[in-house]
Design a protein around this ligand. Structure first.
Ligand SMILES: [Zn+2]
Length: 384
C-alpha cells in the first residue's frame, strides 16, 4: 500500500487536538504489528488519546527514530472547497486537513515500517506518534518520560514536520504567559484615587515592547532565522466593564519566542522585574495593586550542530538540500533538549499550506519522502 493511500486513510480520522486520536492510533498500531513491530501505547489520563512508540528490528540497539504528531488544527471558520476530513486527490496533490502538517510524513513513516519488516535491519527503526502537538507540544511529554527510562533510546531522530524535505537544524523555543493585573474599582470621576487595572496592563505592554526593542537591538542574533533575535508579543488583552467604572481587573496573554541559546526564562524574569516596578508605583494609592504572571506553556528551541551525525544522515537521505532553521516550533526541541537525542526536522510538504483551508501535499513530495526513507532502510540494513 502506497504512502498516498495511507495518507488518505489518516486524513479520514478527524484528529483535531481536542478530539480523541485513538482510531488513528488503532489503525497505525495494526499496520505496525502486521509489520512485526513491537508497539507500545502511552495513554493520557482520561484514556481518550494515546502516543504510540514502535520498533522494527533489533530491540537491544539505539536506532533511528521517525517522529510525527497525529493531531491537526481545527477547520472552523475556514473556507474549504473540499471536505477537510475526506482526502481528495487532484492535479498531483492530496488535499485534506493535516495533509502537510503532518499526516503525509506519518503515512510515509508507516509505509517505511511496513517495508522494513521485509528487510533484515541491523539497526532498528523506531516510530513515535504523538497527540496534542498543536496545542503546545503537550502530548509527547509522557512519551519522552517513557523513553527517558528505556534501556535503549534512539541515537538519532527525524521529526517530519513539513520542510519541503530540507534539513532543518534549528527552531526557536516558546514560552506562553498569562498575566492578571489587579487594581481597584471607583467611579471614573474619582479615577486618580483608584488604581486602573487597564493602565497597569498597558504599562506592562509598554515594558514588554521595550524588552523586545532591546532584544532586537542588542540581544543575541542568529541570522539563519528570518527574525534573527528573540521576540516578545502580546496577543490578548481583556479588561473593563463600563466607561464610568475604573476597572479592577485586566488580563493579558503574551509569548516569548526565543533563540535556543537565549533562554526564555531570562526574558520572563525581566518582564516580572518590570511588573514589580509598575506595582510599586501603584501601591501608595492602593496597597492591593498587583500584577500576577504565570507561565502556562511552551517548549524548548532546537539547535543541532551542523556537524552532527544526524545532519550528515539527513543530507545523505534527503539529498544536498540546504540546511535551514524555521520559525515554527516542533517536538524536536524536546527530543533534543530533554533526551539528548540529536534531532533534525525534515518532512514532505510546506508549512505554507499548514493550518490553512485546502491544505495539501504534492504526490511528488510524498514520492521523494518515500525515496528518502528507503535510503534510510538501506542504511539501517548495513547498521548505519
Ligand atoms: Zn505540525
Amino acid at each position: 500500500v502506497s504512502t498516498a493511500e495511507i495518507l488518505k486513510r489518516l486524513i479520514g480520522f478527524p484528529t483535531v487536538s481536542h478530539e480523541s486520536n485513538l482510531d488513528l492510533i488503532g489503525y497505525a498500531r495494526e499496520m505496525l504489528e502486521q509489520a512485526g513491530a513491537a508497539v507500545e501505547l502511552v495513554y493520557d489520563k482520561p484514556r481518550s488519546k494515546a502516543n504510540l512508540y514502535a520498533t522494527v528490528g533489533p530491540r537491544d540497539k539505539p536506532g533511528v527514530l521517525l517522529s510525527g504528531h497525529t493531531d491537526v488544527v481545527p477547520v472552523e471558520g475556514q473556507d474549504w472547497s473540499v471536505k477537510p476530513f475526506e482526502a481528495t486527490e487532484k492535479d498531483g496533490k492530496v488535499y485534506g486537513r493535516g495533509a502537510a502538517d503532518m499526516k503525509g510524513f506519518v503515512a510515509a513513516a508507516l509505509r517505511a515500517a511496513a517495508c522494513a519488516s521485509r528487510r533484515e535491519l541491523a539497526t532498528p527503526l523506531h516510530i513515535a506518534l504523538s497527540h496534542d502537538e498543536e496545542i503546545g507540544c503537550v502530548g509527547v511529554r509522557s512519551l519522552i518520560g517513557v523513553l527517558a527510562d528505556a534501556p535503549f533510546r534512539p541515537a538519532m531522530c527525524i521529526v517530519g514536520e513539513p520542510t519541503s524535505l530540507a534539513v532543518v537544524t534549528g527552531h526557536k523555543g516558546k514560552a506562553n504567559a498569562k498575566v492578571e493585573c489587579v487594581g481597584c474599582e471607583a467611579h471614573s470621576a474619582y479615577a486618580p484615587k483608584a488604581v486602573n487595572a487597564i493602565h497597569l496592563a498597558t504599562d506592562l505592554v509598554s515594558a514588554i515592547r521595550e524588552i523586545q526593542a532591546r532584544s532586537a537591538e542588542a540581544g543575541p542574533r542568529d541570522e539563519a532565522y528570518e527574525i534573527p533575535y528573540t521576540t516578545l508579543h502580546v496577543g490578548i488583552v481583556r479588561g473593563g466593564v463600563a466607561l464610568n467604572i475604573v476597572p479592577k481587573s485586566c488580563l493579558l496573554d503574551f509569548e516569548i519566542r526565543n533563540l535556543a541559546g537565549d533562554g526564555a526564562d531570562l526574558y520572563l524574569d525581566r518582564v516580572r522585574e518590570e511588573a514589580g516596578k509598575i506595582v510599586e508605583r501603584a501601591r501608595p494609592i492602593y496597597p492591593g495593586a498587583d500584577i500576577r504572571l504565570e507561565q502556562v506553556g511552551g517548549y524548548p528551541g532546537l539547535e543541532t550542530d551542523g556537524r552532527d551525525a544526524v545532519v550528515r544522515l539527513g543530507h545523505g537521505l534527503a539529498g544536498e538540500n540546504p540546511t535551514r532553521k524555521v520559525a515554527y516550533g516542533t517536538e524536536a526541541g524536546l527530543f533534543s533538549g530533554e533526551l539528548g537525542i540529536p534531532t533534525i526536522v525534515c518532512g514532505p510538504g510546506s508549512m505554507e499550506q499548514g493550518h490553512k483551508p485546502d491544505e495539501f501535499v504534492t504526490l511528488e513530495q510524498l514520492d521523494r519522502c518515500d525515496a528518502m526513507l528507503d535510503r534510510l532502510l538501506d542504511r539501517l540494513e548495513k547498521g548505519i
